[in-house]
Design a binder for this molecule. Structure first.
Ligand code: SF4
Length: 432
């Protein structure tokens, strides 16, 4: 007997945590929980879609990717549609969500995706999958679409309560770092996070829920517990202050939940600290519970003017102080710097190089990035980061020390490519 709706997750890209979260949300929906399929590669994607057409009335294909992967995803989508007449079947709906679709919904739709979901996905995917499996027509569902070339928005999804949804997909054993906080009260002009979640406040998962999921991971043989958060030291806080009591409670309870042998990582990949939050006290508390011997500090620039232009909300002084505190307390500070910010002059780039040199002399490390104008951010239309040869040479020299790392060189090319393609897509759209 045919089933109403299959959901195929396209895991071929890098944005897998977001898909895990959607899968976790769907695991609790009885109508579709047994109809979820994972495609790791392109061939598997086309295979799953073809197979599903044989046994289901509708096939919902989920896509989510970061902006640098947009064109690659567009190529994959075209290839899917061209790889056989069956794969251009109107029963197949390619639904795209995540940071890129949220930041640039129109261009995502014009690239060929059938529908988009803007904002947080958990609540909406449950609603959509439930309705499709009840026989509703896709055209009646609240999703962004094109109608005769005109963009019809379905609006942003309402922010969810993190405690109401799992941070991964336990039934499918798809685990990832636990998201402990969502949303950001800061609004750095290069960053998609605050604009993706359209919420000017932090929402935290409770310590009890975090412990529950940490224990679950441990029982499944995962040795390390890591956290996803815009600023690790904002956990438990509603504003710019640090809630030391709640941070200590989090670390203490998670450590108790997972036992002394498991890894507990806080303030390091995939999260970081804002520099002004770092104090000797918080680092001493961390030492009682965490496994990591390094922390990531978001500094972003060695120029006071560029810090102000970026709306970072801190000056250089807290960066120097945070690095000093980390070194004194035995943590290696890994400092993020972005080169080529909009309007950055050569002497300001040089200031960041000097900061990197100083950090390396102090035995800190530097994660170097090149600015990319990301959709949805205030700097989305800015020029991509370009580095004069002198700066490239200086960074190359620092990289030889082994203490400056990062994808800054590849990002010069990626940012230029994205920008060129975006410009040509815009002029193409205008000429239509
Ligand atoms: S860079 Fe960090 S602090 Fe700034 S907006 Fe993004 S998440 Fe918030």
């Amino acid at each position: 007997m045919r089933r109403p709706c299959a959901v195929v997750f396209n895991y071929a890209g890098r944005h897998r945590y977001g898909l895990n979260v959607l899968m976790g949300a769907l695991e609790s929906v009885p109508q579709v929980a047994s109809d979820l399929f994972v495609a790791w590669e392109f061939d598997e994607l086309t295979q799953h879609i073809s197979d599903a057409l044989g046994g289901y009335d509708k096939v919902l294909v989920l896509w989510s990717f970061y902006s640098p992967e947009f064109w690659e995803a567009c190529n994959s989508l075209s290839k899917v549609k061209e790889s056989g007449s069956a794969l251009d079947d109107p029963r197949i709906v390619h639904l795209c969500g995540g940071v890129h679709a949220t930041g640039d919904p129109q261009r995502t739709l014009r690239a060929g995706f059938d529908r988009i979901s803007v904002g947080e996905g958990e609540r909406r995917i449950v609603e959509i999958a439930t309705k499709l499996s009840n026989g509703d027509d896709i055209r009646t569902l609240a999703l962004g679409r094109l109608d005769d070339g005109k963009y019809i928005s379905a609006g942003f999804t309402e922010p969810i309560d993190l405690n109401s949804y799992p941070p991964f997909a336990p039934a499918h054993k798809r685990f990832n770092p636990i998201e402990i906080t969502r949303g950001c009260i800061y609004a750095c002009r290069f960053c998609q996070t605050p604009f993706m979640f359209k919420a000017s406040h932090f929402r935290h998962r409770s310590v009890e829920e975090i412990c529950r999921y940490a224990q679950m991971m441990k029982q499944e043989g995962k040795r390390d517990i890591r956290f996803i958060t815009p600023n690790a030291l904002s956990y438990g806080s509603n504003d710019k202050s640090v809630n030391m009591d709640e941070i200590e409670r989090l670390l203490r309870e998670v450590r108790l939940a997972i036992g002394p042998d498991a890894g507990l990582f806080f303030g390091t990949f995939p999260s970081e600290f804002r520099p002004e939050h770092v104090t000797p006290r918080v680092l001493r508390i961390m030492k009682r519970y965490v496994t990591n011997d390094n922390v990531i500090i978001g500094a972003q620039s060695g120029s006071e003017r560029m810090l102000a232009e970026s709306h970072r909300g801190h000056s250089l002084a807290p960066i120097f102080q945070a690095v000093r505190y980390c070194l004194d307390e035995g943590f290696v500070p890994k400092v993020d710097l972005i080169f080529g910010l909009p309007g950055e002059h050569e002497d300001e780039l040089e200031a960041s190089v000097l900061l990197a040199e100083r950090l390396i002399r102090q035995k800190a490390e530097v994660n170097a990035h090149t600015f990319m104008p990301l959709p949805g951010t205030p700097w989305r239309n800015a020029e991509p980061g370009k580095l004069p040869p002198r700066i490239v040479n200086e960074l190359d020299v620092l990289a030889k020390s082994g203490r400056l790392r990062g994808d800054w060189k590849q990002q010069i090319a990626i940012a230029a490519d994205l920008h060129a393609r975006s410009k040509s897509a815009i002029s193409e759209a205008k000429s239509r």
